[in-house]
Design a protein around this ligand. Structure first.
Ligand SMILES: Cc1ncc(COP(=O)(O)O)c(C=O)c1O
Length: 387
């Protein structure tokens, strides 16, 4: 009944596990939610106020598919300032959340038979969309021994004359790993030498605990072959508002806008106005949120490392930990299921992010310190009871 191509479409397991956890809660079970990747904080009040004002002043109509001109200008200015580059409004496309940047971006650039390089473990939607468009997925493993960064020799080996696009994500979901300046410069050099495009997923760029973020856009010649993905979901605790954006050469933003016209028409106009306030208003809430994430990171990393047979690197960005559970001697999926059903902790199997995630779990620490402590106690109890 369904179209053949739909068999190639993947999914994001976090939403499935959330549904299973909610079903257990409906039966009266107490579950600690460490599965879904969204800040538990409320959206800052000034942003909500801007949206309410916009609604009251009639920002309730269609807008241009690429975004309101004033929003494109404000997003270009803020994204450029953050990365030390000049960005023109015509190079900005605003979408309902950042996911359409992946979907429209890949649809705009990649033909069937093209090869796309991407991280494994990595955000599962990359592989899903690559497969859906009939391109060849070329996963490159991220190894714990390399702090979950690309090994550049692996990347070099993955490149062929059919490589059309390389996707990377820093700070990274699910590992919390970071690509440093030298890594990004090396990827840019490869893209220029072998003439492929880059999709830089920088959605966690403002949730970095050490070092200065470095964007590929600041490398001469890269703006011409890069789609940069960013958005408000994580930085401003706005996941449910659906607001994201891409920065790309004009032919690409024009094509992505055409996909938007075909699919979502435009991004809600009052949400865009609120998004301008998020970027131009006070940033204290963002700083406070990142400081709290850092405390929770230390709590969960130290707690996991204190549990026999578990070990966990201290991530440098995002709000995920990716503990190594190989010493438990069971598949990650089995441990994640046991943790949910017997332990009362919702997490994701590392394999939800690709085959290279075997031997790991992903916990999102976007939850209160009290809940994280509760989860740690439950993980310890379950792990200790396993033979
Ligand atoms: C790496 C990565 N990219 C993109 C997204 C999509 O973000 P949004 O919720 O704005 O669509 C997410 C969300 O989980 C993510 O983790």
């Amino acid at each position: 009944m369904l179209a053949k191509a739909t068999a190639r479409l993947g999914t994001e397991t976090a939403f499935e596990v959330l549904a299973r956890a909610r079903a257990l809660e409906a039966e009266g079970r107490d579950i600690v939610h460490l599965e879904i990747g969204e800040p538990d904080f409320d959206t800052p009040a000034n942003i909500i106020e801007a949206a309410v004002q916009a609604l009251r002043s009639g920002k309730t109509h269609y807008g241009p598919s690429a975004g309101l001109p004033e929003a494109r200008a404000a997003f270009a200015e803020a994204a450029g300032k953050q990365r030390g580059v000049k960005i023109a409004p015509e190079n900005v496309i605003i979408t309902p959340g950042a996911k359409p940047i992946l979907f429209y971006g890949i649809l705009s650039l990649v033909d069937p038979g093209d090869e796309v390089i991407y991280p494994n473990p990595g955000f599962p939607i990359y592989e899903s969309v690559i497969n859906y468009v009939g391109a060849t997925p070329v996963p490159v493993p991220l190894r714990e021994a390399n702090d979950f960064r690309f090994d550049l020799d692996d990347v070099r080996r993955a490149i062929t004359p059919r490589t059309k696009l390389l996707i990377y994500n820093t700070p990274q979901n699910p590992t919390g790993g970071l690509l440093g300046r030298a890594d990004v410069e090396a990827l840019a050099e490869l893209a220029q030498k072998h003439n492929f495009w880059v999709l830089a997923d920088e959605i966690y760029s403002r949730i970095q605990y050490e070092g200065e973020p470095f964007s590929i856009l600041s490398i001469p010649g890269m703006a011409e072959r890069t789609i940069l993905l960013d958005g408000h979901s994580k930085t401003f605790a706005m996941t449910g508002w659906r607001l994201g954006y891409g920065i790309a050469p004009k032919p690409v933003t024009d094509m992505m806008a055409k996909f938007a016209t075909n699919c979502n028409s435009c991004t809600a106009t009052f949400v865009q106005i609120a998004g301008i306030e998020a970027l131009r208003g006070p940033q204290d809430a963002v700083h406070a949120m990142v400081a709290e994430f850092r405390r929770r990171r230390d709590l969960i990393v130290d707690g996991l490392n204190a549990i026999p047979r578990l070990s966990c690197k201290r991530p440098l960005g995002a709000f995920y930990v990716f503990p190594n559970i190989t010493k438990l001697g069971r598949p990650s999926k089995e441990i994640a299921d046991l943790l949910l059903h017997e332990g009362g902790v919702a997490s994701l199997s590392g394999t939800a992010f690709g085959a290279s995630g075997e031997g790991y779990l992903r916990f999102s620490y976007a939850n209160s310190q009290a809940n994280i402590q509760k989860a740690l106690d439950r993980v310890r109890t379950l792990v200790t009871a396993l033979d």
